[in-house]
Design a protein around this ligand. Structure first.
Ligand code: PBG
Length: 329
């Protein structure tokens, strides 16, 4: 591998000038690498700050134009919609997920009507923003039921597809849902709707600020360890991904992001499939708080995003999508 020796070989030669560093760079970032998450809230003309996520907001549907205009101007290929659901609409079954007039449905319709296919829309399939207990599925004796939950997720997916969602993204970690969702989509004339499987989603402390953003944090009883993955494992991620590919996943998500770069690389090396990484809310909060305090400089943002590319990610869901894209221009 090594083709020479010091002093003939000096690796610092190629690092001396900026032009040379650029010439031999192995990875790059562009706005096409980013997916922008957007939190939706009911009401009119509101841009509501999220306490735990500085500079991230919840928007009412009528404010979406402002957000999407900017995303398109920044050449961001896709946005991900997440609803903040009022406590009064949540119940045990998360039935608001199947309301054709819920926030996500209205959000999809607003964007599709105004922007057609100028930008992609991805939507989470899971019940946690809608359940009174904060879990991603139906509960029985404090256990999240698998098959019964999958039936609801199939209907949630169909509803989103019918509204115009481009990418269905099941983030619930139930077994067998990708196959069932694919089958139902195809049967209902949604053959071209893609499935992005959160195949590798770890039970993580890094989701805290997100749960606050969608209003499920205080409600969540216990943890999600009996359905999300154990962070001590990596072989298991290969099994999850191979199953989901067989069931029809178009793309795979690994989540959280930075503490799981080894998993991104493992998946990319083993399956030549588009792999997306999610730089989750807790990672965002850690980074942005340290930058705001002045303890680290904001170069850490690009550095963190580049690590995903180095690991092999095709794209990154990040709350920095907009800010970094305008920086990169
Ligand atoms: C819900 C969902 C979560 C996130 C995305 N979809 C949280 C969870 O599983 O509890 C986390 C995203 C983030 O932290 O930024 N299924």
């Amino acid at each position: 591998m090594i083709t020479g020796n010091y002093p003939n070989l000096r690796l610092r030669r190629s690092r001396k000038n900026d032009w040379s560093r650029r010439l031999i760079q192995e990875n790059s970032l562009s706005s096409s690498d980013f997916i922008l998450p957007i939190f939706l809230i009911d009401g009119k003309n509101i841009r509501q700050p999220i306490k735990t996520m500085h500079d991230v907001f919840r928007y009412t549907i009528d404010k979406l134009g402002f957000v999407i205009d900017k995303a398109i101007k920044n050449k961001i290929p896709m946005v991900a919609l997440f609803p903040y659901t009022k406590k009064s609409i949540k119940n045990e079954l998360g039935s608001e997920a199947l309301n054709y007039d819920n926030l996500v449905c209205r959000g999809i319709q607003y964007i599709k009507k105004r922007y057609k296919n100028e930008i992609g829309i991805m939507c989470d399939v899971a019940l946690d923003p809608y359940t009174s207990h904060g879990h991603d599925g139906l509960l029985k004796s404090n256990y999240v039921l698998n098959d019964e939950t999958v039936d609801v997720l199939v209907n949630q997916s169909l509803l989103q597809a019918q509204m115009g969602c481009d990418v269905i993204a099941p983030s619930d970690m139930m077994d067998g849902r990708i196959g069932k969702i694919r089958k139902a989509l195809d049967k209902n004339d949604h053959q071209m709707v893609q499935i992005l499987s959160y195949a590798v989603k770890y039970s993580s402390s890094f989701y805290g600020p997100f749960r606050d953003a969608v209003g499920s944090k205080k409600l969540l009883k216990g943890n999600k360890k009996n359905y999300q993955m154990d962070f001590r494992n990596s072989d298991e991620s290969l099994r999850e991904v191979s199953l989901d590919i067989k069931e029809g996943a178009d793309m795979i998500m690994v989540k959280p992001g930075m503490p799981y770069l080894d998993i991104i690389k493992l998946i990319k090396d083993n399956f030549k499939i588009p792999v997306l990484a999610y730089q989750v809310s807790g990672e965002y909060t850690l980074l942005s708080n340290a930058i705001r305090k002045g303890d680290i400089d904001d170069g850490a943002i690009i550095e963190s995003l580049m690590s995903f590319k180095r690991a092999g990610a095709n794209a990154i869901v990040t709350y920095y999508a907009d800010r970094v894209s305008s920086l990169l221009k």
